[in-house]
Design a protein around this ligand. Structure first.
Ligand SMILES: [Zn+2]
Ligand SMILES: [Zn+2]
Length: 269
């Protein structure tokens, strides 16, 4: 069985990979990554435009997701929302994100984060596209807002899952899948291990969140999509299945969630 993985959440902005994405993508393909969901968020819409451009350049293997990260909530002006709405309507954009709440860093005031999260769930609903959610130390508010803003109508993904079983149940009930990152490879992440072993087969995904969160045994290095293999390996181990089976399950889940196919095998060169 050939290994086929989809990295459902990576940042490939020029700011992170000044040499451009070509080598990074080639290294990932060499180890079995066939699809890349590229997130375009930042202090302005530059990364969102770059993500859409990348998806246009490599339409079969790259999909784009655009949004405003909770860190940058205060940057969302009406003009910015207009351009973001136009970008998000592009057929190469498969979801609105990453959006959500981050009460760990509090880079934007919490009230501003909640308002922007609600507005962008509204955008996703108007477009009929799923949302990619970032949540940190804000589990209760995240679930409450997803529920009150009707996110269930579009569903989506809790990216970089780092919560517990109670949160996971709430998210699944709202129509959200759980995406596991390098955190699942950390020895101390016991609550995440528990959810990783428990979650239903058809609701799990894998991601790198590159350039952040390199998995064990590559801690401290800038993370890149090739490393998703380590995350998938650990997730497979926790679930008692083979790496190949886990890879195929999560890739099919990614295709279902984003409503588009990814290549049946990584392209060569
Ligand atoms: Zn995030
Ligand atoms: Zn991210």
């Amino acid at each position: 069985m050939v290994l086929r993985l989809v990295d459902t959440h990576c940042h490939l902005d020029p700011a992170y990979f000044p040499g451009g994405p070509a080598e990074v993508v080639a290294r990932a393909e060499a180890v079995g990554v066939a699809g890349f969901v590229v997130i375009g968020v930042g202090r302005d819409l530059g990364p969102a435009r770059a993500a859409v451009e990348l998806a246009s350049a490599w339409p079969s293997k790259v999909a784009a997701v655009v949004g405003v990260h909770p860190h940058d909530a205060t940057t969302l002006t009406d003009a910015c929302l207009d351009e973001l709405s136009a970008l998000a309507a592009d057929p190469r954009v498969v979801a609105v994100g990453e959006i959500g709440l981050d009460y760990h860093y509090d880079h934007s005031p919490r009230q501003a984060q909640r308002e922007v999260f609600a507005r962008l769930i509204g955008l996703a609903r108007r477009l009929g596209k799923p949302v990619v959610v970032h949540t940190r130390e804000a589990g209760a508010d995240t679930l409450a807002l997803l529920a009150s803003e009707g996110a269930r109508d579009v569903g989506g993904i809790i990216h970089c899952f780092s919560e517990d079983l109670a949160f996971a149940r709430g998210a699944l009930e709202l129509g959200f899948d759980l995406s596991f990152s390098g955190i699942v490879t950390f020895k101390t992440a016991r609550a995440v291990h528990e959810v990783a072993a428990w979650a239903p087969d058809d609701r799990i995904l894998v991601e790198t969140d590159s350039p952040y969160l390199a998995p064990v045994p590559l801690r401290g290095k800038p993370c890149e999509p090739a490393y998703v293999v380590h995350t998938a390996k650990r997730l497979a181990e926790l679930r008692g299945v083979s790496l190949e089976a886990l890879a195929e399950t999560t890739s099919v889940n990614a295709e279902r969630r984003f409503r588009r196919p990814f290549p049946a095998a990584p392209s060569r060169g």
